[in-house]
Ligand binder design. Structure first.
Ligand code: TRP
Length: 410
């Protein structure tokens, strides 16, 4: 089973060459533990060596699923990929795949940015009718944050409720906590991966230093192996060649660059990826939202009044500061956060275009754009709150039970 070959690391080499090509203009930081600065997503694609998700792929998704592409695809929220075309080729031939995504449970309250990968994964699950595994990396957060083992596990269960509230189908979805599930076939794959990754290699990919504890250095295989169907014998027994598609934010790319590098050496398919940009902070488009500043984000626990106040008070606007000037010059839509948020959450393409034209030309005022945004966000957050309140402990247990999934591919 284990094919060993020492081939060159193409993905790493391409990434390294691209970093050089990108030169010094590298102020933004994007890695699994830090996202900051003004991110140039085109540069990031070159730097990481992934591919742009272009219109022809979106059209293909529409054709294959016979439904309109999700708003996050149409608006370029998910903008990069690795081998997504191969997943679609296989699907077209009648070969299914499975989805893998995850969350590091570091906080009780989730903000809208946290929900984006899950909303999108839910759409993929429904559109392609495929099974899904969701990893809760309570071990990762315990090791990176000052959280006890017990507290990380408690947060994992709390976060599982928010994830379930996104509407996943329990007959197709397995949610697991690393602390509970690591072992058996999963652990065997971790060891296979670990043997293929040198210390120099993880330092190169993740930037660990001599001061980092060894828990961090040994963690990457934990996030790698859900990419392999044999890590889930209760789901995919005998389906070792099933392909895996990972929807994630692009800061997770380093984990999967490592995974893809190792996969062929241990006889497995490389997982495919579909990667998103970050949901910007209310204060403007520099990185993702900060858990330490409650006014930088809309939380799923915010009341209608909180949402209204935050948008009105903190949302960075490209509108002019007086009515007269706005009528005269219009808004700068490039930097305007209300417009940016609408482009994530206002499904109606015609209405979004209308708002952009009117607001950009000055016929519409910032106040009215914010008002529309508040309506939409209040509705999303209230719907989420109702759904989460309906998630019982029994439901969490049902999603997290190690069991076969009855309607995996139908
Ligand atoms: N490391 C991720 C985080 O901190 C959690 C995670 C684990 C994940 N596996 C994943 C995210 C797969 C996306 C896809 O949030």
């Amino acid at each position: 089973m284990e094919k060993r070959e020492e081939g060159v690391n193409e993905e790493g080499a391409a990434a390294a060459a691209a970093v050089e090509a990108a030169g010094e203009a590298e102020e933004a930081e994007v890695n699994p533990w830090e996202v900051s600065g003004k991110i140039d997503y085109d540069k990031l694609i070159d730097k990481f060596g992934c591919q742009r998700l272009d219109q022809s792929l979106i059209d293909r998704v529409q054709r294959l699923t016979a439904r309109p592409p999700h708003v996050f695809l149409r608006r370029g929220v998910f903008f990069a990929h690795r081998d997504f075309n191969e997943i679609l080729d296989a699907y077209e031939r009648g070969d299914k795949f499975y989805l893998y995504t995850g969350r590091g449970p570091s906080s009780e309250a989730l903000h809208l940015g946290h929900l984006i990968p899950f909303m999108f994964t839910k759409y993929l699950q429904d559109a392609f009718k495929v099974p899904l595994v969701i990893q809760l990396t309570d071990d990762e957060k315990c090791m990176w944050k000052s959280l006890s083992v017990e507290e990380s596990q408690r947060l994992a269960r709390e976060n599982a409720k928010d994830i379930i509230a996104c509407g996943f189908d329990v007959t197709r979805t397995f949610i697991f906590s690393d602390f509970d599930y690591v072992g058996g076939a999963f652990y065997k794959n971790m060891v296979r991966v670990a043997k293929c990754v040198t210390y120099n290699k993880v330092v190169g990919i993740f930037g660990f230093t001599g001061e980092d504890h060894i828990g961090k250095v040994s963690f990457p295989p934990v996030q790698a192996v859900p990419s392999f169907p044999s890590s889930f014998p209760h789901l995919f027994n005998g389906k070792d060649h099933l392909r895996c598609l990972i929807p994630c934010a692009i800061d997770q790319d380093p984990y999967f660059r490592m995974t893809r590098d190792v996969a062929p050496r241990i006889g497995y398919h490389k997982p495919a990826l579909i990667e998103s940009s970050f949901f910007p902070a209310l204060q403007g488009d520099t990185g993702k939202m900060s858990a330490s500043d409650p006014n930088s984000a809309i939380y799923v626990t915010d009341s209608a009044k909180d949402i209204k106040d935050k948008i009105n008070r903190y949302a960075f606007t490209g509108g002019q500061d007086t009515k007269e000037k706005q009528r005269l010059y219009g808004a700068n839509l490039e930097v305007d956060i209300p417009v940016k948020y609408l482009s994530f959450f206002l499904d109606d393409d015609d209405e979004l275009e209308h708002i952009k034209t009117e607001y950009g030309s000055g016929r519409m005022l910032t106040f009215d754009v914010k008002k529309r945004l508040i309506e939409i966000l209040v509705e999303i957050v209230e719907r989420h709150r109702r759904a989460r309140a309906a998630v019982t402990d029994e439901m969490v247990d049902a999603f997290m039970a190690v069991r076969p999934l009855p309607s995996m591919f139908s």
